[in-house]
Design a protein around this ligand. Structure first.
Ligand code: F6R
Length: 359
C-alpha cells in the first residue's frame, strides 16, 4: 500500500535512497563494475552500442548513451517507435540495448526484435525478472528498483540511469582506449554517496514552495546541456504528464533557435546543470530571464547561475555524472507538488497506462 504517503508517486520518489542502494549493491568493487548475470567477455567484439527505448526510459538511455560515448565507444540512442523507420545497418559488432522498466513495451520489443533479426547482439535493461524483454534478449541486466505502481516513472528512471552508467564502465573495461581508470574510479567512488545525497534532497527540498510560486503560468520550460539535457527532457515529460500543464524541455543552446519566441514572464524556466562548466545553460537561462522569464537554477550550489537565478533547487555537491540524477529528484518533487496543488489524479493520469503494450 501507500503507507504514510498520499500517493504512490510520492512513496516511490521517497523510496529512491533504498532503491538506488539496491541497484548499486555488489556491483562496484575496487574501481571495477561487475554484473551478476553477465559473464566476463560478454562484450568481446562489440564496437558500437545502440539504445532503444520510449518515454522516460528514452531519457535514461540518453543519459547512459552519453556516458558510453565518454568512455570511448560509438553509440546512439533511438526512439524505439522510430527504429524500423530510421535505423541503419547493424551486425554482430553492434550491441542493441533495450531500456524498458516493464520489459513489455511493444515499441521497444519490436525494435529489439528487428535488431536481433538483422544480426545485432541484444541486451535488456529492465526492472521485471521474467519479462518479455528479459526472456527474448541475448542477455539481461536488472535495475532492481522494486515494483513501481505510479504511472509516472520515478525510481525506475533513477535506477535505469545508474545501471546504464555502470554498464558504460563495464563496457569501457572491454575497449582498449576507454576512459582512464582514474576517472572511472572517482566516478564510481562518488556513486556510493548517491543514496544519501538523494536523502539529503528529499529532506531539504523547496520544491513544494517553488511549485506554488510558479503554478499560475502559461508554460513551463526546462533546459540543460550534456547530461543536463536529458534531465531537462525528463523534467518536462514528468511535468506535463501529471499536471496537464504545457511543459517542454530543450537543449540549452536550442532555446534561441525558436522556443525563445514563447518566452515571457508567464513561462518559468528551470535550468538544470551538473557542474560548474555548464556555460551554455547559464548564458541561455540569462537570455530567457532578460525576456522576463523567472529562472530556477536546479543543481549544486557552486555554480555562477545560482547568483543570477530567481530561485534555486539545490542538490549536494557530487561528481558531475551523478548531479543530474539529483536535479531530477528535485524536478520529480516539483511535478508532484504542482499536480497535487492542481488536484490532479497523480498516480493515474488521464489517457495513460503503466505499460504500453500496443504499437
Ligand atoms: C513516463 C513513463 C513512460 C515510460 C514508457 C516506457 O513517466 O513512465 O514514458 O517510460 O512508456 O516504459 P517502459 O520503461 O516500461 O518500456
Amino acid at each position: 500500500g501507500k503507507g504514510e504517503y498520499d500517493h504512490y508517486m510520492l512513496k516511490e520518489i521517497n523510496n529512491q535512497p533504498t532503491s538506488l542502494a539496491n541497484t548499486i549493491e555488489g556491483r562496484v568493487e575496487d574501481g571495477d563494475v561487475a554484473f551478476e548475470d553477465l559473464s566476463p567477455g560478454t562484450f568481446d567484439g562489440i564496437e558500437s552500442v545502440q539504445f532503444v527505448a520510449c518515454g522516460t526510459s528514452y531519457h535514461a538511455a540518453m543519459y547512459g548513451s552519453q556516458l558510453v560515448r565518454e568512455a570511448g565507444l560509438r553509440t546512439e540512442v533511438l526512439r524505439a517507435s522510430e527504429y524500423e523507420a530510421t535505423t541503419g545497418p547493424v551486425d554482430e559488432t553492434t550491441l542493441t540495448v533495450a531500456v524498458t522498466q516493464s520489459g513489455e513495451t511493444a515499441d521497444t520489443l519490436d525494435a529489439v526484435r528487428t535488431a536481433a533479426d538483422r544480426g545485432a547482439r541484444t541486451l535488456a535493461v529492465t526492472n521485471v525478472v521474467g519479462s518479455t524483454a528479459a526472456r527474448e534478449a541475448d542477455d539481461a541486466v536488472y535495475i532492481r528498483a522494486g515494483p513501481e505502481v505510479g504511472v509516472a516513472a520515478t525510481k525506475t528512471y533513477s535506477s535505469q540511469a545508474v545501471t546504464l552508467a555502470l554498464l558504460s564502465q563495464r563496457l569501457a573495461g572491454d575497449v582498449p582506449d576507454a576512459t582512464p581508470a582514474a576517472d572511472r574510479a572517482a566516478m564510481l567512488e562518488a556513486l556510493t554517496d548517491l543514496p544519501q545525497h538523494v536523502e539529503a534532497v528529499l529532506e531539504s527540498t523547496r520544491a513544494e514552495t517553488l511549485a506554488q510560486d510558479t503554478l499560475d503560468s502559461e508554460s513551463f520550460f526546462f533546459i540543460g546541456s550534456g547530461l543536463g539535457h536529458s534531465v531537462a527532457l525528463e523534467g518536462a515529460l514528468k511535468f506535463k504528464e501529471i499536471t496537464y500543464e504545457h511543459a517542454e524541455g530543450f537543449a540549452a543552446g536550442e532555446l534561441k533557435h525558436g522556443p525563445l519566441a514563447l518566452v515571457t514572464e508567464e513561462t518559468p524556466l528551470f535550468a538544470v546543470y551538473t557542474s560548474n562548466g555548464d556555460e551554455k545553460t547559464k548564458t541561455n537561462a540569462i537570455e530567457a530571464q532578460s525576456r522576463g522569464a523567472p529562472i530556477v537554477a536546479v543543481g549544486p550550489d557552486d555554480n555562477p547561475l545560482v547568483d543570477v537565478a530567481d530561485a534555486h533547487l539545490s542538490v549536494p555537491e557530487t561528481h558531475p555524472v551523478w548531479a543530474g540524477l539529483l536535479a531530477n529528484v528535485q524536478l520529480q518533487l516539483l511535478s508532484y507538488h504542482a499536480a497535487k496543488q492542481l488536484g490532479r489524479p497523480i498516480d493515474k493520469p488521464r489517457n495513460l497506462a503503466k505499460s504500453v503494450t500496443v504499437e
